[in-house]
Design a protein around this ligand. Sequence first.
Ligand code: ADP
Ligand code: MG
Length: 733
Amino acid sequence: MPTGKTTAHFPSVRTFERPRNVDGSLARLADYFGANVFDLRAMAKKLSSHDLETISKVMKLGGKIDATLAERIASAAREWAIEKGATHYCHWFQPQTGTTAEKHDAFLWLDKNGYPIERFTGKELLQSEPDASSFPSGGMRSTFEARGYTSWDPSSPMFIMETENGRTLYIPSVFISYHGDALDFKTPLLRSNDSLNKEAVKTLHLLGEKNVTSVITTVGAEQEFFVVSREQAMARADLRLSGRTVFGKRPAKGQELEDHYFGHIPTRVHAFINELEVELYKVGVPIKTRHNEVAPGQFEVAPIFEGSNIAADHNQLLMKVLRTVGARHNFSVLLHEKPFAGVNGSGKHVNWSMSDSTGRNLLDPGNTPHQNLVFLTFLCGVMQGIYDNADALRASVASSGNDHRLGANEAPPAIISCFLGDTLDKILNAIEAGKGDNVSAERALLDLGVNHLQHVALDNTDRNRTSPFAFTGNKFEFRAVGSSAPISFPTAILNAAVTAGLTKVNAKLTARAKGGVVSPEAVFEILREVVRDTRNIRFEGNGYSQEWRDEAARRGLGNLADTPSALGVWTDTKKTQFLVETGTLTPTDLESRAAIQWERYIKQRLIEINVAVEMAQTGILPCTLGYLSELVALGDSAARLHISTPAQKLAGELGQLAVRFETSLSALRAGYDRVTSDDALDHHALPKTAKAIAEQLLPKLEELRTTADQIEALLPAGKWPFPTYQDMLFPAD
Ligand code: ADP
Ligand code: MG
């Protein structure tokens, strides 16, 4: 058992070999950025310009790669990868485990004489067949017994990952069943991008912008995480197995001095992030920003935004590389939403917008009334989508970890609302109030002050940190996403919601169109309608306040405070219809996905409880009783010698706590046995089991923790059997 003594055993700063030019000088960032990506630049050296054009089209607009072209791409990729030292390739995909999966194969084949040849065929590029039944199924084995396929997603380039002793070609892939059901997080995202593209182009055409041929969604995901010493994290079963601490007394100092946020990056962490960035640059992840976050030990890195599919792949890569490079520096990188009680948790702000084929950001207010009419139309489409589908958005970010943030008086609340900022809020209010009537739309817009819209982007002071979905000048920031979540799923649901919103707006526009185009006056009237209809989703105030909860209830907005309440959305056909209509998820996808999320919640909570029981029984209780017996022995002998000591008083106090602790522990165990009996993990029982865990077991776990933390405060320094919050959160620089 670790001694838990104040453990300042921090190794010295790790140095690493930064990329160098052949002459030995340090390479420039731009020279190694993307060096390990088989992008169009790299392909151009290996493929004909005709092939390149086809691939470039598929990358931008989607579509299929035929077998003969796949053959040529595979052979080019093999040559390129082998030149770069790769020996293996793998399909890299996102099953619903929260992380990525990969199965490696060598570029090795034996000829008829048994001699080695290097081989990688078009078929191997296009398809691989992992055992689908070994991935989460949510108790729906029958659906999953069907074979599953991974298949290259040509819109995301292949890349080489360098690991300690080897190099592997990674092939970003989708994972689908034999019947075409989505078994992963990427497929729904790709589908939602397709449907948003169609609907948004239609909107633009109705607004007279016939030159636009496509619209993509763009995403920049800010990633928060904690960094702790690896030795310390490994000495805590809770961090190791469940990702969060289930015990731990708050240190004398927390985040109250606000001295960590944007502060000096600790030397060893800085060294780690330097190496992290180099690794990420090589595989083309455009990390731009790094800084300390609010809680001690908490940091953030953020990339330059990209198309949402690539952004989602890059966020997965970031999470993977954070952990592997962290380990080289003797750090454990904690991606859990709430690794430590009493200080801020971690989120992943998904910045989101739409961009058209002319390169214009559709959520960027423009300089002319017409540009602003386009902007306001898309803004209204987004609001309509969020208003109609808020509960599904809430469910898309539901997880046991995120329950410690959403609805727990931290970061964004569980109630989904839109924050627009003062300028925009005033303009929409004026539009709704019917100001600017009886004049041309252009005049009306000017009267309403839309010429001020250009300043919205600069309106940075006007930040509302308590909103789960905030407009920040030229994009929305979906803040409710958890730090460990793959962003592809919430982004897919967001895309689908906006597609549904635009579909509604388009129906109104189409009804007023003449020759396929709607007059600015008619657009203006439609916007007024949408602003009026969606008014209830807008909230500019403090999202943490009780008043907002009361107000939201009056407005009829959902307040799904925890995962078990949120997941019910997936089986409510009224609330998921838009996902089926936009082609994002089929009814079968929805059913299996719901089951997987229920199962995941249950298993994660049970792991936490198991770990707590074990730490309590084998660590905390023996320690407590050990100190108690010392106190009792001291009290006894002191009494015999007529010496007064506080030993008896202390022993009394500790004894009481020990009794309470043991009582809570027994209650938690009994509850655990009750909740997990018989058929608890059967498909049909999942919601009931999850609710029982949330309502019966979690309060008991909290009780146990409260007592443990009180005991920790009484034990002699160094006697606590685990690394303390103080040692983990406030290491030496
Ligand atoms: P903040 O003040 O919230 O840190 P930033 O301007 O740094 O805001 O942006 C945060 C993230 O938003 C970055 O990843 C950035 O690339 C991304 N972002 C900026 N514009 C867009 C956009 N049009 N679409 C999607 N993401 C964007
Ligand atoms: Mg931000």
